[in-house]
Design a binder for this molecule. Structure first.
Ligand code: ATP
Ligand code: AMO
Length: 463
């Protein structure tokens, strides 16, 4: 009976099971006994070989000579040891009856999974006692990503990411949003020309989409009411930071609004509170696996998400002695500082900052009706870092044209977009979320490369 390693428990005691997994470690004790730790996804179990009528000394030798990370099938009887088992996730053992190697790994692996799975704390503790454990650096990990991804924390990170994406879809579908797919090969920049990947499209100049922005709005003009998209976003970032990738997964939303851009904020609020609740309730094992290697405190968030205006944010910073331009953008350090102040005052690490200065927002952003120096726009932060940008959009073609011109954009390159607003266009707004940033910041990870399977950054195109 095939069974998943993660499902092995004392209820199966004395039963015969068959597992397939990876030979993680093997240790011989004399010629008559060997221990083999077998791993499947995030779970590990100890398999014990003791010579008897079914297990020969050759088989014990064979088990200890297996190369690490080889794929094995193990058949055996489940037993419950009297002492708790250290070093495996499952609290039972398998007394091996049969052992087959299905596929052998090379003997010298570029990364040892046990090394890659160790926490910084463990390494430091060992150093105190004079023991030197291997520290696998990020480049080595990313160069050998197939092996690196086998660590329990990495297995958990990408399962958690899948949940984030699914909750995004499920929540929006339950609110009558329609999933769409917009083109990624497009004629011009959608978020400003600086960070665009240019390419040749059968002789025509083209580029990779920097966001679904213009097309998701055109779909609203086409009468779809409420839409969302999950898809790749390409940005030719030229500096190397802990939170920018050259390709990331964009979670985008666009919706008609009746009265106010707060209707969009209401969706952000309910979507993310639903998401965080789900992750905390239903993904405990995954969070534990990440926590074991990369310890983090659970995210603090409120039942109703805090909304601060940009002006209020600037005031809080000023009171704390941080001078920022009241009509400029916040730099990374000011954003972090504001995050700390908000946490102190409001006890939340998740909040919305809205009514940004118009000058720092893209041309398609609606100016505030009461004061055009500000805009109906917002960013959303987790632990002091941006995960979302959004806004009400300009839905009046002539205003859009003048805003584009004011921002230095050649309107002839976006005429199909601008013209969409000449055939009857509802007031609307939306937002874009970076999937990798959500996972990184929810789990308090320090680098966005940890939440991208095969990260693309200014220096990395392979693997
Ligand atoms: P996006 O650029 O998509 O809005 P973001 O998080 O980079 O996402 P911005 O408002 O553009 O947000 O930038 C905020 C701050 O982040 C900037 O003031 C700048 O300090 C820093 N920053 C933005 N882009 C880069 C980059 N490519 N390299 C280094 N720093 C950057
Ligand atoms: P923005 O450019 O702020 O807005 O992007 C939206 C969100 O995408 C994520 N993000 C990134 N993630 C990884 N690497 C990058 N280089 C990167 N750049 C951005 C961030 C950010 O909050 N069209 C608008 C959205 C809208 O108004 O609907 C836009 O693209 O989490």
């Amino acid at each position: 009976i095939w069974i998943e390693v993660g499902l092995l428990d004392s209820k199966l005691a004395n039963g015969t099971v068959l597992i397939r997994g990876v030979a993680q470690t093997m240790r011989g004790v004399g010629k008559k006994m060997a221990f083999l730790v077998v791993r499947q996804f995030t779970a590990t179990v100890q398999c014990v070989l003791t010579t008897d009528e079914l297990v020969s000394t050759q088989m014990v030798k064979y088990a200890t000579s297996l190369s690490r990370e080889s794929i094995v099938d193990v058949e055996g009887v489940v037993t419950v040891p009297t002492e708790p088992i250290k070093g495996t996730t499952q609290q039972v053992e398998i007394q091996v009856r049969k052992l087959y190697c299905i596929n052998r790994a090379v003997p010298n692996l570029p990364i040892n999974i046990e090394d890659a799975a160790r926490s910084e704390e463990e390494i430091k503790e060992a150093e105190k006692t004079g023991e030197k454990l291997v520290r696998v650096n990020q480049d080595t990990r990313l160069n050998n990503r197939v092996l690196d991804l086998r660590t329990p924390a990495n297995q958990a990170i990408f399962r958690l990411q899948c949940s984030v994406e699914n909750i995004f879809r499920d929540f929006l579908r339950s609110e009558d949003f329609v999933g769409i797919h917009t083109p990624k090969l497009i004629a011009g920049a959608s978020e400003g020309g600086a960070s665009v990947f240019k390419l040749d499209y059968k002789g025509q100049p083209a580029c990779l989409a920097q966001s679904p922005q213009l097309y998701k709005q055109m779909v609203i003009c086409a009468g779809f009411g409420r839409v969302f998209e999950v898809g790749p976003v390409f940005r030719a970032e030229d500096s190397y930071t802990h939170r920018h990738l050259c390709e990331f997964v964009g979670l985008d939303v666009e919706m008609e609004i009746k009265e106010h851009y707060f209707e969009v904020l209401d969706i952000v609020d309910r979507l993310f509170v639903t998401m965080f609740d789900y992750l905390n309730d239903k993904c405990k094992k995954l969070l534990d696996a990440i926590n074991r290697q990369f310890p983090f405190k659970p995210l603090k968030y409120l039942r109703k998400t805090l909304r601060l205006t940009f002006e209020e944010g600037v005031k809080m910073l000023k009171e704390a002695g941080v001078e920022v331009d009241p009509f400029g953008d916040l730099n990374t350090e000011a954003e972090r500082q504001l995050g700390r102040l908000v946490l102190e005052k409001y006890e939340t690490e998740f909040y919305i900052l809205h009514r940004y200065p118009l000058a720092v927002r893209p041309f398609y952003t609606m100016p505030c009706p009461d004061n055009p120096l500000y805009s109906n726009s917002f960013d959303v932060f987790i632990r002091g870092e941006e995960i979302i940008s959004g806004a009400q959009r300009v839905n009046i073609a002539d205003l859009l044209t003048s805003r584009a011109e004011a921002c230095g954009i050649d309107v002839s390159t976006i005429s199909a977009y601008v013209n969409s607003f000449r055939y009857g266009a509802c007031p609307h707004g939306g937002f874009g979320v970076g999937l990798e940033r959500v996972v990184m910041l929810f789990c308090g990870l320090s680098n966005i490369r940890q939440t991208s399977l095969f990260p693309r950054d200014p220096q990395r195109l392979v693997p």
